[in-house]
Design a protein around this ligand. Sequence first.
Ligand code: GDP
Ligand code: IMO
Ligand code: MG
Length: 437
Amino acid sequence: MPGTCVIGLHWGDEAKGKIVDLLTPRHDFVVRYQGGANAGHTVVVGKEVYKLSLLPSGVLTEGVTSVIAGGVVINPAKAIEELDELASRGVDGLEKNLKISDRAHVIFPWHVAEDRALDSNTSDGENIGTTQRGIGPCYRDKVARSHAIRVGDLYRDDLRQTIQHVVAAKRPVIAAMGGADAAESLDPEAIYNEYTAYAERLRPHVADTTEMLLSAAEAGKMILLEGAQGALLDVDHGTFPFVTSSNSSGVGVCNGTGLPAKYVNFTIGVVKAYTTRVGGGPFPTEQDNADGQRLRDQGNEYGTVTRRPRRCGWLDAVATRYTARLGGVDAVAVMLLDVLSGFEELKICTAYEIDGERTNVFPSHVDDLRRVKPVYESLPGWREDVTGVRALEDLPANARGYLDRIAELVGRPVCLVSVGPGRDQTILTGAAEQLAV
Ligand code: GDP
Ligand code: IMO
Ligand code: MG
């Protein structure tokens, strides 16, 4: 079973970092394959809390090779900052154990400037509310095949000229987007000096990770693929245009790593026991009321990267069934179940009503998604604190009933239940028992 994939089935922040950290010891490689430092994956080890944006969550386990594959857009300053922070906290071996693809595209200051200027410009006027990390503009330049610089290009003799050329092209564009000051402050020579220093620092990590992962898969090595964001933020299959700019649904594994699909043998879809979203865009089960505030308070729902309050709502089984199918999900991990303790009544959206018609189909257009009325089923809640529970049979009967209903509605078994942020606050069932230590 060489390839295990962990993907979020909602709009991100489903607690993928915790799962990846848990599964890492049974794997040889942990791979980030899309997104960039827009991600914020939290791993809690005892009293230590690690927040990883760019480095794979496997970096905390010794002896495992962590890979930032070619589908990631990499901000080198951010990578170095995370490496330094981990080293200062006693995480060893990264000099040898972190590999960065020479094919990954590099985020430059002009991407960040464009991201800031662009984010007010969706066609209907609602902001995407990006993380402003330059993700979208960097992917755009990659697809446009112009003004794009890859990690491997940082070591070429013509880097200085390339940067001069790109800055000259970007300045008027950014100024026209309302970023005159940002455009003015782009200094090609300073950027060149900054990025050559980053390149030197990262040199030991840079590798042809496509070749490395193909060889590893062919040799039967265990590879853990760490999705960032969530399937509903997928640029092709999510709530476009309120999405990120990569394939975060699981279809991104192949293009992001170069690995053929046949090597992905098991996919875990990660969901919260409810739903959250950061940024703009439709969210049918959002509770902009006391229930939503209670979920936010009990779940500490504030962005890992931006600290923005997350929008909170009930579990949406229509959306989750869609993304579980899209991701070829074998089993579901239900996270933050403890947050629901104390709610007398819980709701799950089992269908949408649109123009008086009931449907189980997740609409392809956000205008339709905005118009849907969620059809809710009520389930009885539980009062007990479940953070100390370690076996399914010790959960309150209503919590078990809630999990069973999720499995039924999403059409996938539950393989893992999380009752707190700690590594040990986890109930493993079924296939996950073989994948985790
Ligand atoms: P990711 O981006 O998918 O890795 O998720 P984030 O790290 O952004 O957000 C998940 C948050 O939930 C983090 O603060 C985790 O420490 C926390 N967390 C993970 N599992 C649980 C859980 O079962 N219960 C609670 N209360 N918190 C959890
Ligand atoms: P993890 O990996 C939650 C959201 C942003 C915005 C949209 C586009 O921690 O789950 P971008 O900066 O990517 O162009 O922003 O996507 N977003 C996330 N939301 N978790 C994430 O990552 C996210 N990464 C991006 O809030 O709505
Ligand atoms: Mg996150």
